[in-house]
Design a protein around this ligand. Structure first.
Ligand code: KG4
Ligand code: ZN
Length: 335
């Protein structure tokens, strides 16, 4: 079988990343320069800082990815790059770098949707996985239930009507004094708390498979503020555990209901929040109970990385998708 070697670039938010992926599933290098420390002191990602750091790091990260894969640009069959959704200035750095390399070396260019990349992380982790399957994409910017009908065919079955799951995690974390990004910190703290201690509201939105996390987020903030006003102590571990329990229950219940309704037996997780230990446990218990198979990328493939973009780019490349020098960053790109 001919090897198709893809150099992939990802700069949609606060990770400058490049990877070399062969035939969509074989990761030869996966380099990530994280900017998290720079953004932590501001409590979240500052777009202008993100763009400037991408500019500083992009060439280094691309060279590192090629070197680690023991390849040069002459070995590369296509360049895949995230062109949306994400922060416009951040996306532009990756898109411009990819276009410059594609143009000067005459290498085919493939534009990749960031969420398609998150979903494709499962192809790397599970070489046997093939569509169709149902994927719960939970990240800082997205909470989507996606029916993956084929490699390039998706149907959004449900999505958040307000905050994304990761966004709720980060905002709740800030309210209880945890630094950005709060998701992993709440996850760790929840292990020391009692998940039944506080009953937070579960917005199940009865019709359909949409989500809503802003009510839950506000309930936690109100709980914290009201305790502060009354000068009462709060147990942050109990808050973390109760909040996480509520989020997980909503995500698991909706995913199971949709899988049953659609007759789908393969469930995949994707996105930064898919690294959450409570979600993995809850989802794996529920899948066992219903006889479904669960697919779950490793932590490094859950959060933003370029290997997942290389995988998605391969399937786009196979179906003939090519971008030209007019490729632009599209911050609100639809899947
Ligand atoms: O996919 P990702 O790296 O970037 C986006 O595309 O948004 O996701 C980042 C989000 C952040 O909100 C972060 O707090 C959350 O994923 N996250 C987690 C965990 N690890 C990362 N949330 C809950 N539990 C975790 N273990
Ligand atoms: Zn992401």
């Amino acid at each position: 079988m001919k090897e198709t070697k893809i150099l992939a670039i990802e700069t949609s938010c606060d990770e400058t990343a490049a990877a070399v992926v062969v035939n969509g599933r074989d990761v030869r290098s996966n380099i990530i320069a994280t900017q998290i420390d720079l953004h932590t002191k501001y409590g979240g990602v500052v777009p202008e800082i993100a763009s400037r750091m991408h500019v500083e790091k992009i060439n280094y990260v691309i060279n590192e990815a090629l070197e680690k894969a023991e390849m040069t640009l002459d070995d590369i069959d296509a360049i895949g790059v995230t062109y949306g959704p994400g922060l416009v200035g951040a996306l532009l750095v990756g898109v411009v770098a990819a276009k410059a390399l594609a143009f000067t070396k005459n290498i085919p260019l493939v534009g990749v949707h960031h969420i398609e990349g998150h979903i494709a992380a499962n192809y790397i982790q599970h070489p046997e996985l093939e569509p169709p399957f149902l994927c719960l994409v939970v990240s800082g910017g997205h909470t989507h239930l996606v029916k993956v009908k084929d490699y390039n065919e998706y149907e959004i079955m449900g999505k958040t009507r307000d905050d994304a799951a990761g966004e709720a995690y980060d905002k709740v974390a800030r309210a209880i004094g945890l630094a950005y990004p709060g998701g992993p910190k709440i996850d760790a703290l929840s292990k020391e708390g009692n998940k039944e201690a506080i009953k937070f509201p579960k917005a199940m939105i009865s019709d359909g498979y949409d989500f809503s996390f802003s009510g839950l987020k506000s309930a936690v903030l109100n709980y914290v503020n009201s305790a502060k006003m009354k000068d009462e102590p709060i147990n942050v571990a109990d808050i973390a555990a109760s909040f996480q329990h509520t989020v997980v229950e909503v995500l698991v219940t909706k995913t199971m209901a949709l899988a049953k309704a659609e007759g789908i037996t393969k469930i995949a997780l994707a996105g930064g929040v898919a690294a959450n230990s409570g979600l993995c446990e809850g989802m794996s218990e529920a899948c066992k109970k219903h006889g479904f198979t669960l697919y779950h990328p490793s932590k490094i493939l859950c959060t933003d990385n370029a290997a997942m973009i290389g995988s998605a780019a391969y399937y786009e490349y196979l179906r003939g998708s090519r971008a030209d020098m007019t490729l632009n960053a599209v911050p609100n790109l639809a899947i």
